[in-house]
Design a protein around this ligand. Structure first.
Ligand code: GLY
Ligand code: MN
Length: 443
């Protein structure tokens, strides 16, 4: 019996590639190597320890799904989906960093439940470009040698990916006795992840394309009487059908009174013909997520009041978007968009401008996390991706409008990554006159 399992596992080994079967495919090795080199360049004489995610436990954790998702920083640097693993990176001064990858030894008993896993060995080295791949069984003794300096001076600082340190008591104990300084690796990794490379942009573009397709489907599908969750189902069908492996965040489908709750995701209301509906969604593709919001009139036509508020939000968004270019900050964009709203509200919201109903920030970074890592004071630079999402929420009228697009900063300005998702009133109304190719039955 055991021999039989061993045979099956050996036979599967060839399929254990970095992201076997993922619609996004593996991250190119030269990209991974470039990211590790960029990390090492920021470490000086320090050492970085990056932990992976652990498998979740169906008995212990409250799971909405049993799917393993890798830690973002670990995936960024290794492209691997292996649980309970470690990456150690150190600058050598030669331009090529020292990197050692630690993977758990294969475990037939566990693999019978959760599937074949990549173990230490040449296969993992070939997939990551990291020549040195060892078993996690030697992590503790190796780390002691790394911290003591081994053949080279002891590192001045140990940078640790925090999730890993919080989780791993062995690491915490060893670092407690360490004489140098121990600090969080997150700010360094965030500064790297803020500027997207070609592989990241490819994944983001695809996540955004899929999300755009889902928005167009929602525009065709939405009609009075639909439940919010039925619209959510139409959206998430499109996500999965196009190879998105998860949601970047819970889908927000909020009609009427729910349109003014920023992160409403219960999606339980039956829509009414008078409602506006805020649909804020993001497919995750190959570990990168889109974040796109459209606001629709459930009946297919905006009322004059809904249209006026919508166009004010759209104008505030355009004003900020037109200003996107290297050097400007998110804070300045936010100011531009609020100034537009101040100057163009007329009497729409009474004697004061509608800006008092714009109750959240204009923008956030976008990438592996929907609110991606990165210092918000950083001036924009080519390769950064951010959202632009003004909104007006008037609870007393049960009227919420948010319009959110994803923007790539280019050398001289920006590229609107969400350009093919209808945004103008006429474009939305015209698509809403169409029927989807399929229509779900009522529950
Ligand atoms: N899309 C949700 C948010 O940006 O907070
Ligand atoms: Mn957002």
């Amino acid at each position: 019996m055991l021999a039989g399992i061993g045979f099956v596992l050996a036979a599967c080994a060839g399929t254990l590639n970095a992201q076997h079967g993922s619609p996004a495919g593996p991250v190119a090795i030269d990209r991974l190597a470039a990211r590790r080199t960029a990390l090492a360049a920021k470490l000086g004489t320090g050492l970085a320890i990056i932990g992976s995610q652990d498998l979740r436990d169906l008995e212990r954790d409250y799971l909405q799904d049993s799917d393993f998702r890798q830690d973002n920083n670990f995936f960024y640097l290794t492209g691997l989906e292996t649980p309970s693993s470690w990456l150690v990176v150190r600058a050598t001064g030669s331009g090529r960093p020292d990197a050692v990858l630690y993977l758990p030894p294969r475990d037939p008993a566990q693999e019978a439940w959760t599937g074949p896993k990549l173990g230490p060995g040449p296969e993992a080295a070939a997939m990551t470009g990291i020549a040195e791949v060892r078993s996690t069984e030697s992590f503790e003794s190796d780390l002691a040698a790394w911290l003591a300096g081994g053949a080279s001076p002891a590192p001045s600082t140990v940078y640790v990916s925090l999730g890993a340190a919080a989780r791993d008591s062995t690491l915490a104990r060893m670092l407690q006795g360490y004489r140098g300084s121990v600090t969080d690796a997150a700010p360094i990794l965030a500064s790297l992840r803020l500027v997207k490379d070609e592989d990241e942009l490819q994944r983001l573009r695809r996540a955004i394309q899929i999300t755009g397709e889902a928005h167009r489907e929602a525009m065709r599908f939405t009609a009075p009487g639909q439940y919010e969750y039925q619209i959510e189902a139409a959206i998430e069908y499109v996500f999965r059908a196009h190879g998105a492996e998860r949601l970047g965040f819970p889908s927000i489908v909020g009609a009427g009174p729910n349109s003014v709750t920023l992160h409403y995701d219960k999606n339980r209301r039956q829509t009414d013909g008078d409602d506006l509906i805020v649909i804020d969604i993001g497919a995750e593709f190959g570990y990168y997520t889109a974040d796109v919001t459209r606001t629709l009139p459930v009946a297919g036509r905006f009322t004059p009041r809904q249209r006026a508020i919508y166009e004010l939000v759209l104008g505030a968004q355009e004003a900020a978007m037109q200003a996107v270019r290297p050097g400007i900050t998110i804070r300045e964009l936010d100011r531009i968009s609020r100034a537009y709203m101040d100057q163009n509200s007329g009497s729409l919201c009474g004697s004061d401008p509608c800006t008092r109903y714009f109750i959240h920030g204009l923008s956030h970074w976008l990438g592996m996390d929907v609110h991606d890592v990165g210092d918000y004071r950083t001036p924009l630079a080519e390769g950064m991706v951010l959202t632009i999402e003004p909104g007006i929420y008037i609870p007393e009228e049960e009227l919420g409008v948010r319009i959110e697009d994803d923007v790539l900063v280019t050398r001289n300005g920006y590229e609107l990554l969400t350009a093919d998702v209808p945004r103008a009133v006429d474009a939305i109304e015209s698509l809403m006159q169409r029927q989807p190719e399929w229509v779900t039955g009522r529950p």
